[in-house]
Ligand binder design. Sequence first.
Ligand code: IMP
Ligand code: MG
Length: 186
Amino acid sequence: MTRSLTAEPAKSVPLPVREVVFSEEAISLRVRQLAREITRDYQGEELTVVGILKGAQIFCCDLVRHLQLSASLDFMSISSYKQARGPKEVRITKDLEGSIEGKHLLLVEDIVDTGLTLNYLIDVLATRKPRSVFVCSLLDRPSLRLAEIPLKYVGFDAGQEFLVGYGLDYRDHYRDLPYIASVDLP
Ligand code: IMP
Ligand code: MG
């Protein structure tokens, strides 16, 4: 299935998708399975689910709908970019609204690649004394990992191809696709 988005002249022209990698049905099934695991693991605990904007917001909202816990939900936004020379720079552009001291945190991410973005975030959050910090990522690309991440729940393993849809973007496009697809980057 292909879909081209040509309605936004101000942005670069989006690419047609190459192929659907994870269908809407497969994602829905996996999200429910993950929610069951998380519900089982955090039974009787106070859980704060932290969605990482913007990529994880769709996954996170679908996931919490299936949790059978009294979890609270918060969001953070970070921007990260690779400098030509030097390390990846990460910056918090929207912080949590509530205190996390003494709370069990579950960070919900769209994809963990090098792990550097989450590694930075976890270091920052650790200074606020949460009781525990684990990560649930829809996608995991372990082949490129540079930092160790407490990745406890993974939806699917991703290969090397660039993926879009279900929250994942290429230059802010494709987030609204209900499935995950690969694109050939220019
Ligand atoms: P990391 O710091 O290398 O782990 O970067 C992870 C971040 O890179 C994710 O939160 C995404 O925003 C982005 N990213 C990595 N791979 C992809 C991809 O295949 N599609 C869309 N975004 C990606
Ligand atoms: Mg992201």
